[in-house]
Design a protein. Sequence first.
Length: 412
Amino acid sequence: MQDNLFFTELVGLKVYDLKGRKLGRVRDAAIVPLVDPYRVDRFLLAGGWAWLTVRHDQVRTINLDGIWLRDEQLTPYHSDDYMLRLERDLLDQQIIDVHGRKVVRVTDVTFVKTLVDGHDVLRVQEVDIGLRSMFRRLMQGVAPRRIVRRLMMPIPVNSISWEYCNIVESDPQRRLRLNISSEKLEAMHPADLADIVEELGPSDRQAIIGSLDSEVAAEALSEVDPDIQASILESLSEMKAAEIIEEMDPDEAADVLAEMEEARSGAILEEMSDEPAHDVEELLEHDEDTAGGMMTTDYVAAPHGAAIAEALELIRNNVEALEATNTVFLVGSDDQLTGAVPIARLFSQDPATPLASLQAETLIWVLSSETKERTAEIYDKYNLVALPVVDGSKRLLGVITSDDVIAELRSV
């Protein structure tokens, strides 16, 4: 047999001993996620001068009239970081609805009541966030519980299954004790995760990003407003910030480091691996309002005299660059830009075919000192998918992609 009970109904219920004598009233309830993430493990009882703890296995019956015990050997309540208290830690708190991909505020909790080994057990079923739960709270203590239930029936239900809830906890150690996992967050699209991060306060943003896998965190941060990016990374340890920045595209990493205090960005760069740190430092040398400040150093370049087979091998060894561009650039012995070949052309030709024979007839490029505005105009005029950036000697320095231009247009 099973039935539903709401937390607003649970709070204030009288608790009776084996002889039917009142011991006190329920003031809170707690789950212990490491043991069971759904079952109400403890009822916290206000009786006399101290709070008492009622274990789930000490309960016989729970209904709207009260709680009757089958074991009355109660112990004083002591705070426990392994317990998630529903009144203190969940009610009126922001949580993440990973299914709806949004931040919500909890106004009530729905339990399902089941009969286990002859006694009642409560399990968290949903968190309530709508008008119905607000009505229950407003009517708490004003009208009998059964009447409140009848009055609320016309109001639509608005709730989230407990399995889709991710609790926001800023203390890393308590996150661990409460067994708060980031797996469901990591499965979300980076853009959705970024929207959630932007809705949270500074400490909660830090907690969420700090708990994520570094690659996932980097993808999410790439979708976040640059000012927020910098503030989040500044709040993390230098090692964690370095791990995340290493996973970002070099141009995005340079942009976010440029927003930080020089001492802080320098400390993070020291924690980074040599190669990504070198790429980012090179980009930081360019003025952010120029083509050099827009470009990325993730690209594929092949010697001018190379054949298709050599280019394909370079591509296989630099898959990350393909996420940004669909072009192989040709360079001379001194890294001077000589041509560009769309990658799609490589797959319809003999592997021994020289790359230079497939290059585009017109090569469009831009100097690293060119302004952002003029660079965007060139990109749009020639309908490009990748725009190489060179220095005064026409040495290839980087590439500007569609993402870079779109980001610039959004900031205007």
